[in-house]
Structures are given as structure tokens and as C-alpha cells.
Design a binder for this molecule. Structure first.
Ligand code: PEP
Ligand code: CO
Length: 459
């Protein structure tokens, strides 16, 4: 397709090929919803996006580590149910997810003695790219599930009709989620004196839970030592609050466009649906709609790099998305597979290093390690660790900073990924398989991974 050269605007992506967009049945309704979204307040402030970009600049320079993690697909259903004890399910689910994120960050910060930048896949991760446009059900082929911001997941053709009104619901639920994340992280829950309280009961009894207890006690001793030395801990805000920033795949361009606003301080455009957005592996063509859209917004941007990306293409993406070479603007998220990462990474790392583009290199060890067994999509913990090891090894050999990890996990005791120190086996997958899309690490597997990652970072 010939690309017409034109000035960037929030809608200039419309002149390019946009893959993985829903087939809205009613364009007038889409415009009506977008009009409403434009009247809604932004979810994040441009100044926050600049703060995250500066922190990512520290990661690019090898002074910090990025922990980006969360759900594969957030679910509207979480906001429509109660727990067994009558609490709002979403509130508990968000709290438990946050606990694991804080635990993993504590393990990495303490273990590697480095600042850890915490970015959730949260408060807006409601849209999914899919490999196939349809899925087969007992009632025949129906449109594949693309996320709750587009349609319902029930396996019927009627449920899979795209409904633009869901973009408004997605906005509302993102706002509610972000509000609770801000409340927890600023209101005392993330206080380092609570480091023991983040260990959930069902985790505490496991070997990695006990290892965490020990680490938490060491952190407490360190705090007591500092207090005894006369340091006023109460007056040190870093001990009492943390920043957890939001991110999601910026896939649904109608939604992202409507949330894109001009910052009143700088006059620059920001996509105010999240602090950080990433472009998926299926939508990263340099002349496609997604790259066009994200080339013009000033948030920090990620791009997934799968096995088909050539070194030239990756350098071209750097030039398209970060022509001014601002450190922290661009994060390259490699997802190459445990068996191919060691072979595919070195030429990519070298090409970008030689182009002198400042990027954050981070490893998503999840998305290229999926396989199907007994009708369930799963990943093995060992393959996830193997890709991480290959990533650290290749980065070290190429003198490139291994800047971070990108994970899919949940705070619950699910059985979706195989292995880990509790040895989830294939016949246990059915016990609690709850994901809407990809298999996630459960709470124990996540903590287990964090300890092993801290060792990789120290090595
Ligand atoms: C994802 O992060 O959920 C995803 C679909 O990733 P990728 O674009 O790497 O396949
Ligand atoms: Co996923």
C-alpha cells in the first residue's frame, strides 16, 4: 500500500493499514462513543508520562531495572462479581496482584541492589491481537475473542459482535482500577514497614514464601539499623509510597485516539489512557497505522520484537519511533522463544548498539513459549527461565544492559503455567484455569521467578 506522506495528527493513522481492529457494525455509534470519550478527563497526566520516561532513561543507561507485569487480558467480569465473603471481587484481585508486584520488586531491589521501575499491565489491558480471526466451537466457527473492550467472551456468535459502547465501559473500569492502584500505593499499603504483609497466606507456606519472609525480615532489620543510626524514617517518603505506573497494548486505535490530548504545559500530544503503551508483535510494521499513531504521542513507548523481526527492521523502528534519540522513549521487548533467543538476539542487540539508538532492552519470556496441551494453552516455567537466561547471556556478551522483564501473572492460586518449584503438572491445569487469553504465572511461580531473576541480575 502506498503511504501518503502527511503531517502527524491523532487521526493520521487512518491513512495506513490498521491490523487487528474490530469490525464495528455501526460507524455512527463508534463516532458517538469517541465523542463521549473526548469529553472524559485523561486517566494520566502528561507530567507523569515524562517522569516514567526519565526513569526509563535511567534503565537505558544501566542504572535501573524495569519490572513490567500484569494480566494478559483484564476482564470486565472481575468488576461484576463478589468474592465468597461478599467483597467486591475486583478490589481483592487488584490488591492481590499489587502484593505480588511489590514482593517481586522487593526481591529484585534487595537482591540486585538496583532501583526497580514498576509498570503494571493494568487499568486498560482490555484488547487482544489474535493469530486467527475465528475460533471453532461446537456450534461452528465464530469470531475469535478480542478482549472485553470489544465484545463478550461467551462462545457464541451473538456475544462476539463488536460493541463500541464497551470502549466507554473500558474507560470507566480503567479509571476505577487506576484510582485503587493510586490509593494503595500512596496510602500506606506499599509502605516498606508492610513488607511482611504482602506475603499472602497461601504463598507464605511455600518454600519461596518462606524465602520471602526471610528477605522481609532482613529489610526490617536494615530499616531498624538506619533508624538506630538516627535516620528519620518517617520523613523519608521513598519508604512509604511507591510509584506503580500503568501500561497496556495500544491496539484499539479508535480508543487511543480519543484519549489523546495536547498537554497544556508543553503543547505536545500524549495518549492519556496510560503512562506507557506498547505496540504488539503483530502490529509493528514500520509503515502501519500503529507505528504512525505512536510516532506522534510523547509517552514512553514499547515495541514487541518477535522472531520475524530483522535487525534492519528494528533499527528502522527506532528511527520511526524515536528520531530524536531520547533515552527512555523507546523500550524494545524481545519475545523470541527459549530455543531461539540465543541465536536471534545477538544480531538485534548489535544492530541497535551500532545505530547508537538509546533503547531499553527488556525480555518478555512469555509470548513465544506458548503451547497447547490437552486443549489448554500453557507455558512451562523452565522455558520462561531459559529465555530469560538466554537474554541475560546475550546482553552481557554484546555489552548491552539487560534492562528488564515483561511478565504475565496473577495474584491468585491459578494453574495455568506448568512447572515451578511446586511442579504444576499437565493433569492439574484444569484445577484453576481462569485466564481469558494467555496462561499466567500464579503467585508462587511469580515469586519463584523473582528470586531466580535476582540471581541472574547479580551474576
Ligand atoms: C501480549 O503482550 O499479550 C501479546 C499479545 O504479546 P505479543 O504482541 O508479543 O504477541
Ligand atoms: Co498475553
Amino acid at each position: 500500500m502506498a503511504v501518503v506522506d502527511q503531517a502527524w495528527s491523532p487521526s493520521s493513522w487512518r491513512g495506513r493499514e490498521a491490523r487487528h481492529q474490530p469490525e464495528w457494525p455501526d460507524d455512527a455509534r463508534v463516532e458517538e462513543v469517541k465523542g463521549k470519550l473526548r469529553t472524559r478527563p485523561p486517566l494520566v497526566f502528561a507530567g507523569e508520562a515524562r517522569q516514567v520516561q526519565a526513569a526509563l532513561g535511567d534503565v537505558a543507561a544501566g542504572r535501573a531495572f524495569l519490572l513490567q507485569a500484569g494480566d494478559c487480558a483484564e476482564s470486565f467480569h472481575d468488576y461484576e462479581r463478589l468474592t465468597d465473603t461478599g467483597a467486591a471481587y475486583a478490589a481483592v484481585a487488584i490488591r492481590e496482584r499489587l502484593k505480588i508486584l511489590l514482593q517481586m520488586a522487593a526481591v529484585l531491589t534487595y537482591g540486585a541492589a538496583l532501583p526497580v521501575l514498576k509498570v503494571g499491565r493494568i487499568a486498560g489491558q482490555f484488547v487482544k491481537p489474535r493469530s486467527s480471526p475465528t475460533e471453532t466451537t461446537p456450534d461452528g466457527d465464530i469470531p475469535v475473542f478480542r478482549g472485553h473492550m470489544i465484545h463478550d467472551d461467551a462462545p457464541t456468535a451473538a456475544a462476539r459482535v463488536a460493541d463500541p459502547g464497551r470502549m466507554l465501559e473500558g474507560y470507566n473500569l480503567s479509571a476505577a482500577t487506576l484510582n485503587l492502584v493510586r490509593a494503595f500505593t500512596k496510602g500506606g499499603f506499599a509502605d516498606l514497614t508492610q513488607v511482611h504483609a504482602w506475603n499472602q497466606d497461601f504463598v507464605a507456606s511455600s518454600p519461596q514464601g518462606q524465602r520471602y519472609e526471610q528477605l522481609a525480615s532482613e529489610i526490617e532489620s536494615a530499616l531498624a539499623f538506619m533508624a538506630a543510626c538516627g535516620i528519620d524514617l518517617a520523613a523519608t517518603p521513598q519508604l512509604h509510597q511507591v510509584d506503580v505506573w500503568t501500561s497496556h497494548e495500544g491496539l484499539l486505535l479508535d480508543y487511543e485516539e480519543a484519549l489523546t490530548r495536547r498537554d497544556s504545559l508543553t503543547g505536545d500530544w500524549y495518549d492519556c489512557s496510560a503512562h506507557v503503551l506498547w505496540i504488539g508483535d503483530r502490529t509493528r510494521e514500520p509503515d502501519g497505522a500503529h507505528v504512525e499513531f505512536f510516532s506522534g504521542v510523547h509517552n514512553p513507548i514499547g515495541v514487541k520484537i518477535g522472531p520475524t523481526a530483522s535487525p534492519d527492521e528494528v533499527v528502522e523502528l527506532c528511527a520511526r519511533l524515536n528520531p530524536d534519540r531520547i533515552p527512555g522513549r523507546l523500550t524494545l521487548i524481545t519475545r523470541l522463544g527459549a530455543d531461539r533467543a540465543a541465536e536471534l538476539l545477538p544480531p538485534l542487540l548489535r544492530a541497535v548498539r551500532e545505530s547508537k539508538h538509546p533503547v531499553v532492552w527488556t525480555c518478555d519470556p512469555m509470548h513465544a513459549n506458548v503451547f497447547v496441551t490437552a486443549g489448554r494453552k500453557t507455558r512451562h516455567f523452565d522455558a520462561i527461565m531459559a529465555e530469560l537466561e538466554a537474554f541475560f547471556g546475550a546482553c552481557r556478551a554484546e555489552r548491552v544492559w539487560p534492562g528488564g522483564v515483561h511478565l504475565e501473572y496473577t495474584g491468585e492460586d491459578v494453574t495455568e503455567c506448568l512447572g515451578g518449584s511446586e511442579h504444576v503438572s499437565e493433569d492439574q491445569l484444569d484445577r484453576r484455569y481462569e485466564t481469558l487469553c494467555d496462561p499466567r504465572l500464579n503467585a508462587r511461580q511469580s515469586l519463584d521467578l523473582a528470586f531466580r531473576l535476582a540471581e541472574l541480575m547479580r551474576r
